[in-house]
Design a binder for this molecule. Structure first.
Ligand SMILES: [Fe+2]
Length: 310
C-alpha cells in the first residue's frame, strides 16, 4: 500500500509506530482525526481507542481504524472501544480521503458547538467569581456529582450532564442584581422572587444550545425539595428530575463545608448530620443522601476550612 501520508497533501500528517507515542502526541498536538493504519507494536487498535476515549478532551476526536476484512474480531473490538469507523483494506485513495473528510467536517462542526458551550462555561465562572467566597464551588460540585453518578451506575450521558450542571446550574444568577445577590440581610418577598428566578433564567440561557438539553432539568430543578416546598415548580419526590436531586445534595454539602462570613465551615461529619436531618425533615431524597454518605471513607472527621477572601 502507498504510505498513508501520500494521500493527504491538505493535512499535516504526524506518524507514530506505537500507541504510547500516539497518546503522547495527542497530549501536545491539536488533532482533527486519528487513523490507525497499521498494527501497533505495543497495543491493539481497540486498546488505543479505549485510551483515547478516556480523555475528556478527546471524546469528540474522530478515530478511524484501517484493517483487514478477514479479521472481523478487530472490527467489532475497535468499534466497541470507541472507533468511529473501521475500514476494510484494501481501500482506494479517493474513498479513504472522502471518508476522512466526512469525519473531519463533523469534528469541525462539533468544535464550533463546543466553542459556544465554552463561552457559556466562562459566563458561569464569571457568575461564580462575582462572589469570591464561593471560589471553586462549581468544580467541586461537578466532581462530587460525577462521583455520585458513577457510584449509581448512571449512563455516560447522565454523568456528562452532571459535570456540566456543576458549572451551569447557577448561570441564571447573571440576571440577578448584586444588590440582591450580595445583600447582607434577609431578602424581601420581592427580592426572593428575583433570586428564585435564577433557575428559570438559567434554563432560558442554556435552552439556546441543543447539546445542553440534558442539563436543562438540573438548571431548572436544583432548588426543588423532596416534600414539594422548593421552587420553581414545587415538584415532589420522583417528579423532581434525578440529576437535579443528585446535584442538589452535592450543592448543599459544599455550601455547608465552606466557610461564609456568617458561619464557619462545618466538618464533614457535621455536614452529613445536617444532610440526614434535612432528609428526615422531608427536604432531600433520603435514598440519595444515604448513597452520598457512602462516597466518603467512614473514618476521619476532617474539618474542612477553605480560604475566605478578605
Ligand atoms: Fe441555585
Amino acid at each position: 500500500m502507498t504510505p498513508l501520508v501520500n494521500h493527504f497533501e491538505n493535512f499535516q500528517v504526524l506518524e507514530t509506530d506505537t500507541g504510547v507515542d500516539t497518546l503522547a502526541l495527542l497530549e501536545i498536538a491539536e488533532a482533527d482525526i486519528v487513523i490507525v493504519a497499521d498494527r501497533l507494536s505495543d497495543m491493539t487498535a481497540a486498546d488505543l481507542c479505549r485510551q483515547i476515549r478516556r480523555e475528556r478532551r478527546a471524546r469528540l476526536l474522530p478515530v478511524m481504524v484501517l484493517g483487514l476484512s478477514d479479521q472481523p474480531a478487530d472490527e467489532a473490538d475497535s468499534l466497541a472501544a470507541g472507533a468511529d469507523e473501521f475500514i476494510s483494506l484494501p481501500v482506494s485513495a479517493p474513498a479513504l480521503q472522502a471518508r476522512v473528510w466526512a469525519h473531519v467536517r463533523r469534528k469541525w462542526a462539533a468544535d464550533e458547538r463546543e466553542d459556544v458551550e465554552t463561552i457559556l462555561f466562562s459566563l458561569a465562572q464569571t457568575v461564580e467569581q462575582r462572589d469570591p467566597l464561593t471560589g471553586g464551588h462549581c468544580q467541586r460540585l461537578a466532581d462530587l456529582s460525577v462521583r455520585m453518578g458513577h457510584r449509581m451506575g448512571l449512563s455516560t450521558e447522565d454523568v456528562e450532564a452532571l459535570y456540566r450542571g456543576g458549572f451551569l446550574h447557577d448561570i441564571g444568577k447573571i440576571a440577578v442584581p448584586d444588590s440582591i445577590l450580595f445583600k447582607p440581610g434577609p431578602l424581601t418577598a420581592e427580592e426572593w422572587v428575583v433570586m428564585r428566578s435564577h433557575t428559570t433564567r438559567g434554563e432560558e440561557i442554556c435552552k439556546q444550545m441543543r447539546t445542553l438539553a440534558p442539563v436543562l432539568p438540573i438548571i431548572r430543578s436544583h432548588h426543588e425539595k423532596w416534600d414539594g416546598t422548593g421552587y420553581p415548580d414545587g415538584l415532589r419526590r420522583e417528579a423532581i428530575p434525578l440529576l437535579a436531586r443528585i446535584l442538589q445534595i452535592a450543592d448543599v454539602y459544599d455550601a455547608l463545608t465552606t466557610a461564609r462570613p456568617y458561619k464557619p465551615a462545618f466538618s464533614h461529619l457535621e455536614a452529613m448530620d445536617i444532610l440526614r436531618r434535612e432528609a428526615r425533615m422531608g427536604w432531600r431524597d433520603p435514598e440519595l443522601v444515604h448513597l452520598f454518605t457512602d462516597l466518603f471513607p467512614r473514618t476521619a472527621d476532617t474539618r474542612v476550612f477553605r480560604a475566605v477572601a478578605s
